[in-house]
Design a protein around this ligand. Sequence first.
Ligand code: LMR
Length: 397
Amino acid sequence: MFQHVEFYPGDPILGLMEKYAQDPRSEKVNLGVGVYYDEDGRLPVLECVKTVEAAIAEEQRPRGYLPMEGLAGYRSACQKLLFGDNSQAVAEGRVATIEALGGSGALKVGADFIHQWFPQAKCYVSNPTWGNHISIFEGAGFEVGKYPYYDPATIGVKFEEMKAFFNTLNENDVVLLHPCCHNPTGVDLSCEQWDELLAIVKAKKLIPFMDIAYQGFGDDMESDAYAIRQAVAMGLTVFVSNSFSKNLSLYGERVGGLSVVCPTAEEAKLVLGQLKFTVRRIYSSPAAHGAYVVDSVMNDGELFAQWVGEVYEMRDRIRAMRQKLQDVLSAKVPGRDFSYFTKQRGMFSFTGLTPEQVARLQSEFAVYMVDNGRMCVAGLNSKNVDYVANAIAEVLK
Ligand code: LMR
């Protein structure tokens, strides 16, 4: 009966996690999945999360169904973080926000919605992008193309080519953008470049879909949201998927959100209704526990400030690891430029290592990174960074 079912070779990122877990070598290092590990190689539970979880446990809060669109305090927390405390669009009721099952869930609900109401639209993602962007949009029925982005020659963005490409697109085509900490390259647009690009998005009447999963890991909470806020200020209709997986270290709680900034409050109501319907027919309603945690942290002044401080500690530790890896490798492999480690931002570094070199790192040194050469710098710590640098130096020989 199932002989015609195609073999699934596994996900290039999540499959790597499974392989890593089964590796018996004690020296193994996980630089694959985009997860932040602390200096002791442990997945942290943030202090602000411990505080609110203790209170939730004490209260023995009943776990009824959340509404289809999620917890109200969670949704307003997403809006504040993404659009700023004094957002006019939010005040005017023009932003339809739902809680979603992680960033992936938000992308899926948004993709289904757009495909239903704009069936002719194509979707364009950066070359390269997070592989699941392509899977999610194709799964929703889109034809997915790639726009020029990463330039290995400059470790920057092929900005002229990118703009020229955007100018060839059709009205209502979707352009999937990373407002900060580009996954997988760690290479972002400058504010000036965003201004120019968004002007083209506006002139060509494209649909910008901004996926922000690493807010706070680039520069800071506010600067990392520049592209989103600028798009809204320019009057664009914009889709934003966000995630608290990384910045609250709540990966398994599936805490994401989808916001659609609409031209009018009336349209926002229509959009919210359809987003609820989309949720209802996929999974009915989102999860409660993570939403309670986010609501409690984000809507309490003191806990919010504590949380921001904790995110910046993670950001700074990643930066220190970038510097350390760059220094050690520069000493070990003279004549090769490793400055990209400190130029790139967020959790990832696009190392330029070939799939063969990545495979050698895994088989000979138990160092795991994604096939395309993406390294999650947050998996490094002062105990393993020399070991990893040595391993990289060996495969570069
Ligand atoms: C990643 O890029 O590694 C993360 O976003 C985790 C995932 O689901 O792929």
